[in-house]
Design a protein around this ligand. Structure first.
Ligand code: GLN
Ligand code: ZN
Length: 757
């Protein structure tokens, strides 16, 4: 069998591209130097792929920022406002990615959205009525030639026409339909060009096909590919899907004259069933996504070989492939020096996945593969993972009862009790938790990590920051205060580092967007808490003031969603384990006099299934109870807050209400407060703070602006339910703008309180 991958990470093994690009943004290196770094990364990568023995080596999977953006630019889908800047091609591209402010104008970036169900973000291309779609760029051809010159024959990869048209924002009156002919022509021209360059295969990525598709979607797909395929000439076309199965279009797909179809066997729950029921055409290659492109665990050869042999028995011509681009896993285990082999032998990052593909290829081609060392060693790994189980944790999870998911008394009664207990003014003011992580805060942490200062010195500094933060908030006149989160590097890492069952890497970065990478921790085993994690800080902060101080925790769903999860138990079970650990922390905070506790679920939406039909049964039906499990044990007098980032939950409002928090704050300031209508329509019971200003910009909102925002909110939310707060944590902001903004927030609220009286 042959082997293939869908794409490879591109920021460089040690994030070289990120650093070079940021230098370029700061004007420290030239465009030429940046291009050179990029070229080096590509060349090293092609060499790595070739040396691994991989048969289908991708090209054009490299990008300076994002491949969807690259595809838009390739086809001239560039809004006028960027063209008008009249700057170089590369700078126009970066202007679309991150905005431009300079001599030639002032434009905001394109919107950025989560790439399907990953933590990668793509730039949302915009089509205007005047946009003339045509093949206008050369990047895929240049990169194909660049590899060819190195003796590497590649399979160019490009976002497919259907997915592109589905992801685009149409800013004028024209819709996808109106651009079909031009798109077909542009993709056909692309194929013609590759045919001239003597390319054998071209891969079109069509992940959008794994959604629930309606008739119009299928008609659009058919129209596009009827057109494109009739122009494919000598090129072999690989139609690549990932992140799920293609149940709504399988039969149409296999009837088209594609030369290869890529299907996901990892996340595609129905992929095998579709093949068994409907067959797979003999004249095509099946690119079987059997090596997980999203997680970091070693492939289970026994299972994979059984599947591959089943496909072979059916007479299907199979290529062994990754389930999605390897973009979503870190580069290499080679740089992890601190984790012992006991752990790392179970992991497989992008480079190790290449070895897996080569071994699987070898094993499928070998009779009696059971006797081969690679096979035996792999089987052992799955028998030997023993130091990850904790009986006490498992017993506790098994013992969870229905009543543990229900907080009593019910919301309405609690609301009355809390109002009486706290005597907060109407429109209470608060913040989301973090205060500016200024350079002294970061320096303190890094000195401690390097061992330059003692734990005592580290803690003393943080206590000083907390004290300053409390008096600042008192001076500003906020009602519910926070300690400022100076001790936290990251809202998940901070907890992961203290929980049993978690592992941390040194260099295992994964691109999140553009030049931003994240280093998700790994859930190795059963998770538990051995001691309080935040109590000391919160209690200290509360001791400094008569006002209420909110305890600040991260919720179980977010902790799980921003980690690499286990594959030997379900994510539901892992989440319940984390929920119980955080529950203990909640109860400890309460026992130590903390009356308001916020449990952040910033990333609740992250793992929402792509198919709407799966939203509840696959995810929300356990994710929402997991949150309730965390807080159901507190007294009626204890007020539970939660916070969610991105207001993209208009469509799951009832589920959010079922979290049964007392107060929720979220980011609505950038979405024209559309979500408020949905809250009203759904009779949302939870008290809400929709965020009166956008913290993602250094701009200081005026008193008037905030008054207007609150007034607008009051049209949809009753006054006894509305909270006033910024829309997210303040850690990325500077001190001056933060103080000024919060002062305006309090003044605006007081003005309104006076008016309303
Ligand atoms: N409490 C966290 C903070 O204020 C929440 C961060 C987030 O929502 N991403 O930073
Ligand atoms: Zn947030």
């Amino acid at each position: 069998m042959l082997t293939s991958i869908i794409g490879f990470p591109r920021v460089g093994t040690l994030r070289e591209l990120k650093f070079a690009t940021e230098k370029y943004f700061r004007g420290e290196i030239s465009a030429c130097e940046l291009q050179q770094t990029a070229k080096n990364i590509r060349q090293t990568q092609w060499a790595t792929l070739k040396n691994s023995g991989l048969d289908f080596i991708p090209s054009n999977d490299f990008s300076f920022y994002d491949c969807t953006l690259d595809t838009a630019v390739l086809f001239n889908i560039i809004p006028e406002r960027y063209k008008k800047l009249n700057i170089s091609e590369l700078d126009t591209y970066f202007a679309m990615a991150r905005g431009y402010q300079g001599e030639n104008g002032d434009v905001k970036a394109l919107a950025m959205k989560k790439w399907f169900n990953t933590n990668y973000h793509y730039m949302v291309p915009e089509i205007e009525d005047t946009t003339e779609i045509k093949l206008a760029g050369t990047k895929p051809f240049e990169q194909f030639n660049e590899a060819k010159a190195l003796g590497v024959k590649t399979k160019p990869v490009i976002v497919g026409a259907f997915t592109l048209l589905k992801l685009i924002r149409y800013t004028g009156s024209k819709q996808a339909e109106d651009f079909c002919d031009d798109i077909i022509k542009a993709y056909s021209d692309l194929l013609a060009e590759f045919s001239k360059l003597d390319a054998e295969w071209v891969q079109f990525d069509e992940p959008y096909l794994v959604h629930d598709l309606n008739k119009e979607d299928i008609a659009l797909f058919n129209k596009l590919y009827n057109g494109i395929i009739s122009n494919k000439k000598s090129i072999k076309l690989l139609l690549q899907t990932y992140f799920g199965d293609v149940r709504d279009i399988y039969n149409q797909l296999t009837a088209f004259d594609f030369d290869g179809i890529g299907l996901d066997f990892i996340e595609g729950k129905k992929t095998l069933e579709l093949i068994e029921k409907n067959g797979f055409p003999e004249d095509k290659l099946l690119f079987a996504g059997v090596v997980n492109g999203k997680n970091i665990w070693k492939n289970n050869y026994k299972k994979t070989l059984a599947l591959l042999s089943e496909l072979k028995t059916k007479g299907i011509n199979t290529v062994i492939s990754s389930s999605c681009s390897l973009l979503h896993v870190p580069y290499t285990l080679k740089n992890e020096t601190k984790l012992s082999a006991e752990y790392t032998s179970h992991f497989s990052f992008a480079e190790e996945k290449l070895i897996e593909l080569a071994e699987l290829k070898f094993l499928t081609d070998t009779d009696n593969f059971e006797n081969e060392t690679a096979y035996i060693a792999n089987c052992k790994l799955f028998e030997n993972r023993t130091n990850c189980y904790d009986d006490a944790v498992q017993k506790r999870v098994a013992g969870i009862q229905e009543k543990d998911f229900t907080r009593l008394p019910e919301f309405n009664e609690r609301e009355k009790i809390q109002k009486k207990e706290f005597e907060l003014p109407i429109l209470p003011t608060t913040t989301i938790g973090s205060f500016p992580q200024t350079s002294d805060v970061k320096a303190n942490r890094s000195s401690f990590k390097k061992g330059n200062i003692s734990e005592k010195e580290y803690n003393e500094f943080n206590r000083k920051k907390i004290a300053e933060c409390i008096s600042l908030q008192e001076e500003i006149g906020l009602d519910v205060l926070v300690h400022g989160e100076f001790e936290r590097n990251d809202m998940v890492e901070y907890f992961g580092e203290q929980l049993n069952g978690y592992l941390f890497t040194e260099k295992a970065w994964v691109q999140s967007y553009g030049t931003r990478c994240v280093k998700p921790p790994i859930i190795w085993g059963d998770v538990s808490r051995s001691k309080p994690m935040t109590v000391e800080w919160s209690v200290y902060a509360q001791s400094l003031t008569d006002k209420l101080v909110k305890g600040m925790l991260t919720g179980p769903v977010t902790i799980l969603n921003w980690s690499f999860p286990r594959e030997d138990i379900s994510i539901k079970e892992s989440t319940y384990q984390i929920a119980l650990a955080i529950r203990d922390e909640v109860l400890d905070l309460e026992a130590n006099g903390i009356k308001v506790i916020q449990i952040d679920e910033a990333a609740l939406r992250e793992k929402l299934p792509l198919r709407k039909s799966d939203w509840y049964c696959e995810y929300l039906d356990w994710a929402i109870p997991a949150f309730r499990l965390v807080h159901s044990g507190v007294k009626a007098e204890t007020q539970i807050h939660t916070h969610m980032c991105y207001s993209e939950f208009t469509d799951i409002i009832p589920a959010i209400d079922q979290m049964d928090a007392d107060v929720i704050t979220f980011e609505a300031s950038r979405s024209d407060l559309l979500i408020l209508d949905s809250l009203k329509k759904n009779n949302f019971k939870t008290e809400v703070g929709p965020g009166v200003y956008d913290i993602h910009s250094p701009r200081v909102p005026s008193v008037e602006e905030i008054e207007n925002a609150i007034t607008k909110m009051l049209e949809k939310i009753s006054i006894d339910k509305l909270w006033v707060n910024p829309d997210c944590g303040l850690k990325t902001r500077g001190e001056t703008e933060t103080t000024a903004s919060l002062k305006n927030l309090v003044t605006a609220t007081k003005n309104l309180r006076n008016k309303i009286k």
